[in-house]
Design a protein around this ligand. Structure first.
Ligand code: AMP
Ligand code: MG
Length: 417
């Protein structure tokens, strides 16, 4: 048997970040930049007002208070998006909206709340008339300075950054309508087995539905790849050969098969994979997910997952997801974990690393508590649907008891309320 770490390290040697492509900004979400991004401009481009109020000279309003209002002549009314046609001179003010460019001469904003406009509830004479200032904020108050967010010519996002909505917004603010990111990996998916019928076919005697195709394709999408679904290959040399060649011809970056790789299986899948490529058939020291195949067919790396639906998902999580993330240019694969209090008993008698499906929530004290999700058989897909985390039991740990502190890898961090 080989360890999970050995198998993963061997597999990951065969993957590298894919070449860059230039895509529309929104298509770059969750993907990784292949270039440093420099800003051609200052953001914001000009000094501007952070409040609705009056642009003034701080020295004109020294000592202003409700008891000592200072009266200024209002010479203009300036909305966001317009350039001031006049400046502020001694004894004057310009009525200004949030985001409007600071008029020449003004250095401070007094918000409406601190002026007679708030007190009288009526707008002062728009562009004419006067306003009373009721407070004396320091020079520079409520003024946003040009370049205070981003400076012209500075690196705003370094190569290697994964783009979230905030990064997408930042790129939009500097006019990057297209960006270069690593291409998404294309992942061919082939199910094998005479017992399988397609999702929309009638379930006849002795058959089961091909669920792995869907769980694998969904897992590919979730990891950021593009699934190419090849359907089902039957357990005979002709059909398997044809479909595996179709997978090679699809020019995928990764080829995933399910089933037919365990010791007890008819050797057809293994035989055909050996004929079409250079394969390893491993027994990995994990439960579920012991049988695993990896090799190269044509030029495509092929990962042969076990057939059992839970095993297929956990092996995908352990081996395929890191490969996909690597191709996307990501450098971290480990999911976040929490330290939780186990509520019930978990046992491990296989001498392998046991991946127990658990549901993690928080108790009234704010501590994480983990509950196993029932029957842990490798065919019980519902045990995964009830789980949001995996509790890994090392091969030499035979039991966890209720109350034990355990480390749980979180598959999902669902919203709590
Ligand atoms: P195998 O790896 O071929 O020994 O298959 C192990 C178990 O997984 C068997 O019970 C199969 O019926 C089941 N299985 C294989 N392929 C699929 C699939 N695509 N969808 C759902 N179950 C499957
Ligand atoms: Mg089989």
């Amino acid at each position: 048997m080989i360890s999970v770490e050995e198998a993963r390290a061997y597999i990951l040697q065969h993957f590298a970040p894919l070449e860059p492509e230039r895509v529309d900004l929104l298509d770059a979400l969750d993907r990784v930049l292949t270039q440093d991004i420099f800003s051609p401009i200052n953001v914001p481009p000009h000094n501007n007002s952070a409040m609705d109020g009056y642009a003034v000279r701080a020295e004109d309003i020294r000592g202003a208070s409700p008891q000592n209002p200072i009266r200024l002549r209002v010479v203009a009314d300036l909305g966001a998006g317009y350039v001031p046609s006049t400046g502020v001179t001694q004894g004057t003010a310009i009525r200004i909206m949030t985001g409007a460019v600071m008029p020449p001469g003004a250095d401070t904003i007094v918000r409406f709340e601190d002026t007679s406009e708030a007190v009288s509830q009526k707008a002062s004479g728009k562009g004419s008339g006067a306003v009373e200032i009721l407070s004396a904020p320091e020079r520079g108050t409520s003024v946003r300075l040009a370049g205070e967010d981003i400076r012209q010519n500075e690196i705003v996002l370094p190569k290697g950054t994964t783009l979230r909505p905030s990064e997408i917004g930042l790129l939009a603010s500097i006019g990057q309508s297209k960006v270069a990111v690593h291409r998404r990996p294309r992942v061919a998916i082939l199910a094998t087995g005479d017992e399988l019928v397609a999702i929309d076919e009638p379930l006849t005697e002795g058959k089961i539905r091909n669920s792995n195709e869907y769980s694998n394709a969904a897992a590919v999408l979730k990891a950021g790849g593009i699934p190419i679904r090849l359907g089902i290959a039957r357990d005979n040399v002709e059909d398997l050969t044809r479909k595996i060649r179709a997978g090679i011809d699809a020019g995928a970056d990764l080829f995933i098969t399910s089933a037919g790789v365990s010791v007890g299986d008819y050797d057809i899948v293994k035989d055909v994979l050996n004929t079409e490529g250079e394969m390893h058939f491993w027994q990995v020291n994990m439960k579920p997910g012991k049988p695993l195949a990896f090799g190269i067919v044509g030029k495509t790396p092929l990962l042969g997952l076990p057939g059992n639906p839970v095993s297929a998902l956990i092996s995908f999580e352990t081996f395929a997801r890191p490969a996909i993330l690597t191709m996307l240019g990501k450098t971290r694969f480990a999911r976040p974990y929490v330290n939780a209090i186990l509520r019930d008993r978990a046992e491990n008698n296989a001498g392998r690393r046991n991946y127990i499906r658990v549901h993690v929530s928080r108790n009234d004290n704010g501590e994480y508590v983990a509950t196993t999700t029932g029957e842990q058989g490798s065919g019980i897909l519902s045990s995964v649907t009830r789980a949001n985390g995996l509790l890994e039991m090392p091969p030499d740990v035979l039991e966890y008891r209720p109350g034990d502190r355990v480390r749980v890898t979180m598959l999902d961090y669902p919203e709590e309320t």
